[in-house]
Design a protein around this ligand. Structure first.
Ligand SMILES: [Zn+2]
Ligand SMILES: [Zn+2]
Length: 338
């Protein structure tokens, strides 16, 4: 069967790989859609330290069940499913405290293991969630939206609080929609004015172009000058890591879901003076996936606006070239495998 392989940095190609059957407890999917993630782009560019080559990318997967192994009761042939792409060891401190999304020995499809950008994929049945109400485009969006949902949940948002979110990529948008669904007033912050409409469609009450608006003035304009009770950083830039702490109200929660590419230097007195709760957010739990599926069924995400482009499988290598050339031009690229 056909698969997309990143052979080495800046070299993506279509190749043939062996088709495999199902064992007990596994299901085989016909992969229908795969979303391109920023981490796939980093793999393509050679910036992902967790990846070795050659690697089949892809962990944002919507598919249809075409075979089930012995003992599988979770899904049936013909079901539409989304794939939970991470493993967990069950023994590390994160796993033992009920947070397998942060497993120390986590392996993610398309990162440490071969991913889903291929015609069929065999996965453990317990790593699938059935949702026959949604289309495959929507199913391929569930994973990144769930990562955003997890960031919103890490913030423990109360109804009526103001939540500022840095970054209008799919994860930031997922955090906005999650926070809005939890009853927050969401302020979206981005350097690109083109993100205004999609942020508002994801539940933001206000869009701030940080190239034009001063963030100190923004803090002054929120909650009678107190600033936002929650700040979520979904960019992964050292400057926004620092801005998040500056913007946050006293006694606020700051959640980091972006990966900073280099060390960040802080005036750490802010942490103490404001008594901030500073939290990381990694991947997503099955509960986050389920929450996103529910909101998708309610039509709470502007999925058509989120998907910027479709590429057929044969042109997937070109999708990497195009995205790498202009990362800001796309919110989400979907590869139509079938
Ligand atoms: Zn991803
Ligand atoms: Zn673990």
């Amino acid at each position: 069967m056909k698969a997309v392989t990143i052979q080495a940095p800046n070299e993506a190609a279509l190749c043939d790989i062996e088709d495999t059957g199902v064992s007990a407890g596994q299901v085989k999917l016909r992969v229908m859609r795969v979303g391109l993630c920023g981490s796939d782009l980093n793999t393509y560019r050679g910036y992902n330290p967790l990846v070795s080559y050659p690697r089949i990318p892809g962990h944002e997967i919507g598919g249809e069940v075409i075979a089930v192994g012995d003992g599988v009761t979770r899904c049936r042939i013909g079901d539409r499913v989304v794939v939970l792409p991470c493993t967990e060891c069950g023994e590390c401190s994160a796993c033992r405290s009920g947070r397998p999304n942060a497993c120390r020995y986590n392996q993610t499809l398309g990162v440490q293991r071969q991913g889903g950008m291929c015609e069929t994929l065999v996965v453990p049945a317990h790593k699938t969630l059935v949702c026959n109400e949604l289309g495959f485009d929507e199913l391929a969006l569930v994973e990144p939206l769930a990562v955003g949902m997890h960031a919103a949940r890490r913030a423990q948002i109360n109804v009526g609080e103001t939540v500022a979110v840095f970054g209008c990529g799919v994860i930031g948008l997922g955090a906005m929609a999650g926070a809005a669904a939890m009853g927050a007033r969401v302020v979206a912050i981005d350097i690109d004015a083109r993100k205004h409409d999609i942020a508002m469609a994801c539940g933001a009450a206000r869009f701030v172009n940080s190239q034009q608006e001063d963030l100190a003035a923004l803090a002054q304009s929120i909650d009678g000058g107190r600033g936002p009770a929650v700040v979520i950083e979904a960019v992964g830039n050292d400057a926004t890591f620092v801005e998040a702490v500056k913007l946050a109200a006293f006694a606020a929660r700051v959640v980091y879901v972006g990966y900073a590419k280099k060390p960040v230097s802080y005036d750490s007195s802010q942490f103490v003076m404001k008594e901030l709760d500073i939290r990381g957010s990694r991947n997503a739990t099955a509960a986050d996936f389920s929450a996103v599926l529910t909101l998708l069924e309610q039509g709470r995400y502007p999925t058509q606006q989120i998907v910027s482009a479709h590429y057929p499988l044969a042109l997937a290598p070109q999708a990497f070239v195009d995205w790498a050339a202009d990362p800001g031009a796309f919110t989400k690229i979907l590869i139509d495998i079938q």
